[in-house]
Design a protein around this ligand. Structure first.
Ligand code: AMP
Ligand code: ZN
Length: 667
C-alpha cells in the first residue's frame, strides 16, 4: 500500500517535471493548464497525507509556502564579480584593443542583453537544484532557495547530459506587465506603489513567505555556467548546452566575430529595447573563448574578459505647464507635472510624476521652467533637472498645496513618510468612491458587474455614498445611468444580492478599515466570531491576536468609534450581509492548550503542518512564527535544524515530538 503511494507520488513528480520542461524550455505544452493544475493538486494532497515521502525538489514547492525568518549567509565558491561599464562606443573600442594586445590572436565575442534585475547563483547537483544564493557583497550572499523555487523559469530538475555539480548564474527580473499587475493589486489594497521593476524583483527575493514570492510571478534568465571543470571551450557552447539541460537562456544573445557586429547589436537594441516586455539597461560583451578568458583574468572588481555597455537614458527638454495634484483612493496626494507634449523613447510624454514634496524641493522647480525629462528604469517618465538658463526670473517657485484639491481639508504628512494625505476619508470624493470600489473588488465582496465607472456615476447622482447604499439600489435607479442596459442593471442587482453570501472575513476586508488587509481580516475573523465581538474589543485585546500590532489595533478601535461607520455596519447587518462567522468556523474543541504558544519545525510525519496548527487553534492555543522567549512549545519532526537549536539555547521552551504533542492535546 505505502509502496504504491510512494510510486504514485514519484510518477506524478516525474510527469510534472517533464511538463514544466516542455513548457518553459521547449515552449510547448503537452497538457492543458487545467490538467496540469489537477495533477499538481493531486500530488500536493498526496504529499500532505504522506509527509514521509517529502522531497525538497518536488514540483509542488513551486507554489511556495515555506517561511524563512533570516536567510542563512553562504560563502560563494566562485566570487560574483561586478562588470566594468562603458558608456560610449569609444570606451568599448579601447577595451577591445586592450584585449587584443594581451591575447595577440583573433577574438570572438558574445553580446548579450544586460537584464535589469537581481543576480543569482544556483548550485545544481546531480541535476537537482540545491541552493540559490544572492550576490550579496560578491563574496557572500543570502541563501534564498525556497523563494527561487517559485520562479518557473528556473528548472528544479535538469535533463540530458548535465555535469554532476556546477553553478548557474543569471538574473531574476520582473516583466513590465507583471510589475504593473503587482501595483494594480497594491492600489486596490491601498498600499504604496512600487517604484520600478528592478527594486521590486530584488525586494521580492527577500520576502519571508515564499508563497508570496510565487504570487509576484518573477522571471529569470540564465547567462553563465561555472564549474571547476568546463564541459566546453567557449561561452557560446556553454549557453547552448545549458539550454539543452533545460535552462532558460536569452534568445537575443549573439555570437559576434567583429566589433562591427557588436556595434550593429548595440544600435539595434538601443532602439528596440523599448519593445521588449522587460527592462534592460545595456548590453554585456563577453570574450567567447574560455581559454582566452582565463588568460585575461580579473581585476580587483571585475573580469577583464567582459564589459558592460550602458544605454544612455533618453533625455529631452520641455516646458513645465503646471503642477497639479491627484488624490488617490486612499487619500494619498501625488503631484503631477503637466508638460508641453514631447516625444521620448517612442511615445509622446505629457505628464511626469513628481512623487512628493521632497522631490519638488530637490529639483527646485519654478513655474514654467524648462525641465529635462528622462525615461529610465521607471515606467513613468521623470524630471531629472531644470535648464536654469531658460528660467524667467519673474516666475515663482512651485509651492506645495496645503489643502486637498478635492475637498479642501488640510493635508497631513505622516511621520517618516514623504507623502501627504487627505485625512477626510469619509467625505473626500475620491476616497468615498475608492472605498466603494474596494468593497466590490474581487478579494472583498466580489460584485463583478459593478465596476469603477458605474460607482463613480452612482456617487455623482447621489445614489450611493457608502457600500450600504448598494443594497437599496433598484433597477429603475440604475437604468438612467450612461451606457446602462436592462441586462447589465439586472446583473448588478443580482450581484449585489449574491454578495450577501460572502463570508465574514471578506466583508471585514471589504468595509475598508485602514491597515486591515486581506490577511489581517482573516486573522480577525478567526479570533472574533462577529462584528460585535470585534467592535467590543479593546486595543489591548486586539494586539493579542497573531500579526496584529498597535497600529492596526488603534485603527480598528478608531473605525468603530466613528458613528458613520457604525451606522454603515448596522445597515449592512440589516440587509443581510455576513457580519459573523458561519456555523462551525470557530468552535473550540477544548481549552487544553489555552494561553500556550506553539511552533512546528522539521519534517512532520503524523500530521501535516496545517493540520497541526489547526489543532492548536481548535484547542485554544496560539501559533507563532518564530522561536523566542514567548514560545512555550516547539514541536519537532525529523531533521529539525536551527529552530531546535535556538529553542535549546533559550532553555525555557519545552520541546515535544509529535506524539507528545498529541498527548498534550488529548489531556
Ligand atoms: P553592475 O551591477 O552594473 O556592476 O553590472 C553587473 C550585473 O549585471 C551583474 O551582477 C548581473 O546581475 C547583471 N547582468 C545582467 N545581464 C547580464 C548578462 N547577460 N551577463 C552578465 N551579467 C548580467
Ligand atoms: Zn480630500
Amino acid at each position: 500500500m505505502s509502496q504504491d503511494i510512494q510510486q504514485k507520488i514519484q510518477a506524478l513528480r516525474a510527469e510534472l517535471h517533464q511538463y514544466n520542461y516542455d513548457y518553459y524550455t521547449l515552449d510547448e505544452s503537452a497538457v492543458s493548464d487545467f490538467e496540469f493544475d489537477l495533477k499538481l493538486k493531486e500530488l500536493h494532497d498526496l504529499e500532505a497525507q504522506h509527509p514521509e515521502f517529502y522531497d525538497s525538489n518536488s514540483p509542488t514547492l513551486r507554489v511556495g509556502g515555506e517561511i524563512t525568518k533570516n536567510f542563512p549567509t553562504v560563502q560563494h565558491q566562485f566570487r560574483m564579480y561586478s562588470l566594468d561599464n562603458s558608456y560610449d562606443f569609444d570606451d568599448l573600442q579601447d577595451w577591445e584593443k586592450r584585449v587584443q594586445r594581451t591575447l595577440n590572436e583573433p577574438v570572438e565575442f558574445v553580446a548579450e542583453l544586460k537584464y535589469d534585475g537581481a543576480s543569482i547563483s544556483i548550485l545544481y547537483e546531480n541535476g537537482v537544484m540545491k541552493e540559490a544564493v544572492t550576490r550579496g557583497d560578491g563574496f557572500r550572499g543570502d541563501e534564498i532557495t525556497s523563494n527561487v523555487k517559485t520562479i518557473s523559469d528556473i528548472p528544479m530538475q535538469l535533463y540530458g547530459g548535465f555535469p554532476e555539480r556546477f553553478f548557474m548564474r543569471g538574473e531574476i527580473y520582473l516583466t513590465r506587465k507583471n510589475f504593473d499587475k503587482i501595483n494594480e493589486r497594491r492600489e486596490e489594497e491601498g498600499l504604496d506603489l512600487f517604484m520600478n521593476p528592478r527594486n521590486t524583483a530584488s525586494g521580492s527575493l527577500k520576502m519571508q513567505d515564499s508563497a508570496e514570492v510565487g504570487k509576484r510571478k518573477l522571471s529569470a534568465v540564465l547567462y553563465q555556467f561555472i564549474s571547476t571543470e568546463m564541459p566546453a571551450e567557449t561561452h557560446w557552447e556553454l549557453l547552448q548546452k545549458s539550454r539543452e539541460w533545460s535552462f532558460r537562456i536569452s534568445d537575443q544573445a549573439k555570437l559576434c566575430k567583429t566589433l562591427d557586429d557588436v556595434k550593429t547589436f548595440i544600435n539595434f537594441w538601443d532602439v528596440e529595447r523599448h519593445q521588449l516586455p522587460f527592462e534592460i539597461d545595456g548590453i554585456v560583451l563577453k570574450v567567447n573563448s574560455l581559454k582566452q578568458q582565463s588568460q585575461l583574468g580579473y581585476t580587483a572588481k571585475s573580469p577583464r574578459w567582459a564589459m558592460a555597455y550602458k544605454f544612455k537614458a533618453e533625455k529631452v527638454e520641455t516646458e513645465l505647464l503646471a503642477v497639479t495634484y491627484q488624490v488617490g483612493r486612499t487619500g494619498a496626494i501625488t503631484p503631477v507635472a503637466n508638460l508641453k507634449p514631447v516625444l521620448l523613447a517612442g511615445t509622446t510624454v505629457k505628464r511626469a510624476s513628481l512623487h512628493n514634496e521632497d522631490i519638488i524641493r530637490k529639483l527646485g522647480l519654478y513655474e514654467h521652467d524648462f525641465v529635462y525629462v528622462e525615461k529610465g528604469g521607471e515606467i513613468i517618465p521623470k524630471i531629472v533637472g531644470v535648464n536654469l538658463e531658460k528660467r524667467n526670473p519673474a516666475n515663482r517657485e512651485i509651492e506645495y498645496i496645503k489643502n486637498c484639491p478635492e475637498c479642501g481639508t488640510e493635508l497631513v504628512k505622516i511621520e517618516d513618510q514623504a507623502i501627504h494625505f487627505c485625512p477626510n476619508d469619509l467625505h473626500c470624493p475620491p476616497q468615498v468612491v475608492g472605498r466603494m470600489i474596494h468593497y466590490v473588488s474581487r478579494k472583498a465582496l466580489n460584485i463583478e458587474n459593478l465596476g469603477a465607472e458605474t460607482i463613480e456615476q452612482l456617487y455623482r447622482e447621489k445614489l450611493a455614498e457608502n457600500p450600504a447604499d448598494f443594497y437599496v439600489l433598484t433597477k429603475e435607479q440604475l437604468l438612467p445611468l450612461e451606457r446602462m442596459a436592462e441586462k447589465s442593471a439586472q446583473n448588478i442587482i443580482a450581484g449585489i444580492e449574491k454578495s450577501k453570501e460572502v463570508p465574514f472575513e471578506k466583508v471585514l476586508f471589504g468595509i475598508g478599515i485602514k491597515h486591515v488587509g486581506e490577511t489581517v481580516a482573516k486573522k480577525l475573523a478567526k479570533n472574533f466570531e462577529s462584528i460585535e465581538a470585534l467592535q467590543n474589543a479593546s486595543a489591548e485585546e486586539l494586539i493579542q491576536v497573531e500579526d496584529i500590532g498597535g497600529k492596526i489595533a488603534e485603527s480598528i478601535v478608531a473605525f468603530f468609534q466613528n458613528p458613520e461607520n457604525l451606522l454603515m455596519v448596522e445597515r449592512l447587518k440589516t440587509y443581510g450581509v455576513q457580519l459573523e462567522n458561519g456555523e462551525n468556523t470557530n468552535v473550540l474543541l477544548s481549552t487544553a492548550l489555552e494561553n500556550k504558544t506553539f511552533l512546528f519545525t522539521g519534517k512532520l510525519s503524523l500530521f501535516t503542518r496545517e493540520a497541526a496548527e489547526e489543532m492548536v487553534e481548535k484547542h485554544g492555543g496560539k501559533n507563532i512564527s518564530a522561536v523566542s522567549k514567548n514560545l512555550n512549545y516547539l514541536v519537532v519532526g525529523e531533521k529539525a535544524g536551527s529552530k531546535l537549536k535556538k529553542a535549546q539555547d533559550i532553555g525555557t521552551i519545552e520541546i515535544l515530538d509529535e506524539q507528545e504533542f498529541l498527548d498534550l492535546v488529548s489531556n
